[in-house]
Design a protein around this ligand. Structure first.
Ligand code: ADP
Ligand code: MG
Length: 153
């Protein structure tokens, strides 16, 4: 486990960017935390690290957005609005088994459909004041592959 105390959104994005530079094909990154905690901001950083120039928009209504102009394809998912078992219909498995990088916001909503191995990144506001920019970012790795990745952050 690794913990970062962060006090501005640029630093959250920069951490995501470092991750985007080191991810490999088939990697699965889970982003958990409340609304506004920083999951999409972090994903913007991952995209930058992958060399994706397009602006990353939150896929809250589309559920999945694909970006194919970077070093690896990026599959950005926000499964907050997914009904129970809806991951089946979306064909999540094909994304997980593909050669792109899957980044999943609110992954707890598809907990039963996730691959066994992944990197989990939790975002937490340190403060109940919604204007506060302080966040605690906690990273956990499920296996040696993701531990190696975590060690480079
Ligand atoms: P989520 O995807 O988790 O709902 P977003 O990344 O869309 O969250 O929004 C986070 C909001 O909080 C943005 O408006 C961002 O500018 C702001 N913010 C303030 N401080 C931070 C921080 N340290 N890290 C990430 N975002 C921050
Ligand atoms: Mg979001």
């Amino acid at each position: 486990m690794k913990t970062f105390k962060i006090n501005n959104s640029e630093t959250t994005q920069a951490l995501g960017q470092r991750l985007g530079q080191i991810v490999s094909p088939g990697d699965v990154i889970l982003l958990d935390g409340d609304l506004g905690a920083g999951k999409t901001t972090f994903t913007k950083g991952i995209a930058l690290g992958l060399g994706i120039q397009r602006n990353i928009k939150s896929p809250t209504f589309t559920i999945i957005r694909e970006y194919k102009t970077g070093r690896l394809p990026l599959y950005h998912m926000d499964v907050y609005r997914l009904e129970d078992g809806g991951g089946d219909e979306l064909g999540l498995d094909e994304y997980f088994n593909g050669n792109g990088v899957c980044v999943i916001e609110w992954s707890q909503f598809v907990a039963n459909e996730l691959p066994k191995n992944h990197l989990t990144i939790s975002f937490k506001r340190d403060d109940s004041n919604l204007d506060s920019t302080n966040r605690t970012i906690t990273i956990t790795a499920s296996d040696a592959h993701y531990e190696g990745m975590m060690a480079q952050l």
